[in-house]
Design a protein around this ligand. Structure first.
Ligand code: SAH
Ligand code: AVI
Length: 349
């Protein structure tokens, strides 16, 4: 099966490959139909990230209340040299790479250690990877960027293999956007594409004071609110829907028993919305909410447990003085990693 199509960019050191098993965006209609037919209504968070949504997420990351980005950034700044020295990756595969801003710490360490890794960002949003790739190839004259557009829950097996050790990075605390079972399935999917010498670098947000969490998802500038509402813009544009964004509001709170932030869109009135491409009318009661995202906040034991269940052993666990965040380097348990059979350079042992 020809699973991917390459698109060249003006910069010859940046290639972008669209994984088109069934098309990365082809399921929006199904997901919207299904999500609005459920009770309570729900939408998958990957649809936040069109070009505008990705830019809004960047704004969130720079908001003073949103501590995860700067916390993880500081950990990467301090620890990248020892991570790269330990793994000596021939490639860095980053899942949900977004702007790749924090990845520069890993690439700086590669640069300093003359470990000239290839960089493979993987994201649903192609635009942001192209601009990140151009920026990075200007900064590092040795760097090759091979970007992949796809859904990391579905398309990991379509990624190319590689010769040497690979560092698989999953940063930002994005693992928290999966439910418990989904997170385990996702980590198992990552494990399935790794070999013994590969390493997983994963960032996860930790449980902490409710007020700190609440502020992080209700920033004063309103970036998070705009990001949340943007999902309705995406549905309007892609499916010819008629959502009036003024009739919905951002609602985010910490669900303490579940140890997760829940982000909802709340209808300000009784209303009916028509979605042309689905020929579907969706009714909302005043105060009714649509769950758009969960963001789980972990206890250290929960992280160890899920990684263990997915087949990983923690090699290093970095955390800041305030324990706000975990950055974990993990390896596949001995003998459990994939034996690639697909290409001649990854022969089964
Ligand atoms: N890693 C970056 C960005 C985190 S935001 C950071 O730490 O700042 C989450 C990223 O994951 C976004 O860039 C989004 O486009 C991407 N993403 C979300 N769901 C995805 C999916 N199902 N498949 C691939 N990428 C996804
Ligand atoms: C990408 N992800 C880890 C972010 C989070 O914190 O869960 C997405 C986000 N949603 C609102 N603010 C940021």
């Amino acid at each position: 099966m020809d699973a991917a199509r390459s698109v060249s960019t003006e910069d010859t050191r940046v290639t972008i490959r669209e994984i088109n098993n069934s098309g990365p965006f082809s399921t929006l209609a199904d997901d919207v139909r299904k999500g609005f037919s459920r009770s309570p209504k729900q939408l998958p968070p990957k649809y936040f990230y069109d070009d505008r949504g990705s830019r809004l997420f960047e704004r969130i990351c720079s908001a003073p209340e949103y501590y995860p980005t700067r916390t993880e950034n500081a950990l990467l700044e301090q620890k990248s040299a020892s991570i790269i020295a330990h793994v000596k990756p021939s490639s860095i595969l980053e899942l949900g790479s977004g702007s790749s801003r924090k990845t520069t710490h890993l690439l700086n360490a590669c640069d300093q250690q003359q470990c000239y890794s290839k960089y493979l960002p993987f994201d649903v949003c192609g635009d942001i990877m192209v601009s990140a790739g151009k920026h990075l190839t200007c900064r590092y004259d040795w760097l090759e960027v091979e970007a992949h557009v796809g859904d990391y829950c579905r398309d990991l097996p379509a990624l190319p293999g590689d010769d040497g050790p690979r560092l698989v990075a999953f940063l930002g605390g994005t693992i928290g956007n999966f439910g418990e079972d989904e997170a385990l399935a996702f980590l198992r999917g990552i494990h399935a594409i790794m070999r013994d010498e590969d390493r997983l670098l994963i960032g996860a947000d930790r449980a902490k004071d409710t007020e700190v969490l609440h502020a992080a998802y209700n920033d004063a500038q309103g970036y998070t609110a705009a990001f949340n509402l943007n999902i309705l813009e995406v549905i309007n544009r892609e499916l010819g829907a008629q959502f009036n964004l003024d009739l919905f509001e951002h609602h985010a709170f910490f669900n303490e028993p579940a140890s997760r932030i829940e982000m909802h869109l709340r209808s300000k009135s009784d209303q009916m919305v028509y979605i042309r491409d689905l020929d579907m009318h969706v009714s909302f009661k005043r105060g009714e909410t649509v769950l758009t995202e969960i963001s789980r906040k972990f206890a250290p034991g929960a992280l160890t447990h899920v990684l263990d269940q997915a087949g990983f052993v923690i090699e290093r666990h970095f955390e800041p003085g305030n324990n706000y965040y975990s950055l974990i380097l993990a390896r596949p348990k001995s003998g459990t990693a994939a034996r690639y059979q697909a290409s001649p350079d990854r022969l089964a042992v």
